[in-house]
Ligand binder design. Sequence first.
Ligand code: GLV
Ligand code: MN
Ligand code: MN
Length: 415
Amino acid sequence: MHIHIDQARITQEIEALAAISEVEPPAVTRIVFSEQDLRARKWLNERLSEAGLAVRVDAVGNTFAQWEGSRPDLPAVATGSHIDAIPYAGKFDGVVGVLGGLEAIRSLKASGFRPIRSIELIHFTSEEPTRFGVGCLGSRLLSGTLSSEADIHLRDADGKTLQTVRTAAGFSGDLASVRLPTGFYSAFVELHIEQGPILEREKTTIGIVTEIAAPASFLITLEGQGGHAGATLMPGRRDALCAASELTLAIEQLAQISGAIDTVATVGTCEVHPGAINSIPSRVKLGVDLRDIDGNRRDRILEEIRHAANDITRRRQVEIQFEMLNADAPATSSPRVLKAIRAAVEKTSVSLRELVSRAYHDSLFMARIAPTAMIFIPCRDGISHRPDEFADISDIAAGVEVLARTVADLSREGD
Ligand code: GLV
Ligand code: MN
Ligand code: MN
């Protein structure tokens, strides 16, 4: 099978999507259900229709573009990723998997290949947690990991529920209908930039992801006592930000001394109330992200963070409250999908190595309902979630060709 990947077309499409952003280039900000997200969805749906794919959209905005196989009665093979982008992100995270998936399908069509199982490209809603606090919203709901009650429980920073926001964005219907049963897809494979330095450092084109690390995130609210910054003397202060600062350093240290390089912890958000330079912070809310390849070790560090937080706040006479947002299990890739990727890499004549994914992806949740694996390509200096995120078009094209050959192979399988 001869596969031709149109590098100029993908480059042009990545640029076109990057231009739909709240902020000036090269940074990209595209928050779920924002005006930019809706414009990007419209642009993408036009590309999907141009490619002759049948498009279906579910109640949370997950979009499924199908190339029908000769046996549409069999579970389809799926690929896909996300196009939402955190504040001041780059243009490749997620996008390579969606536009690359589209190009993979177009290249297979052009090669004369005809699938037996249908092939579906999925654009998942809100892989990033920016708006509703929980990552992989679309794939969580789709896999049944998140219940449909999220519709009224999840709120954005303006206090609007998911239900209100999605309905206003044009995605209505019962959220429970998003869920798909195990076996709905015969396989799922996601193409993504590595977001780490290994492939580039080792001059390797393709990473085959064998496991995805276990992510957890939680909010810690510290309530002290505010007051006049000039008139309140230092003894006896109950400054919530000082407690939060001490706790932030404790979280960093607990991750550093976990006994494994695989533990990572980040305090990524910090809201200070009332937020005036001449007022003692009375309330601080920290957003913490904690991950590990080993779910048990992740949970042990979580307990240690709780202990440290209790010690610090007791000493500083500050009230504390924990709110878990998510604590997900790690995922292990399917040997069958890994085998198909390996065979595709061989046919593409590029180098490969196995990797674990420290970032989470929609694949973490797809793995719960379908045999799943991921294909990584290098990104410059391992940088991601930054405007200078960069992936070379030749690596993108290699990843797309491997993806195309993988889904072609998986779509040939009989029942
Ligand atoms: C995904 O964006 C992640 O934070 O791993
Ligand atoms: Mn991301
Ligand atoms: Mn991503």
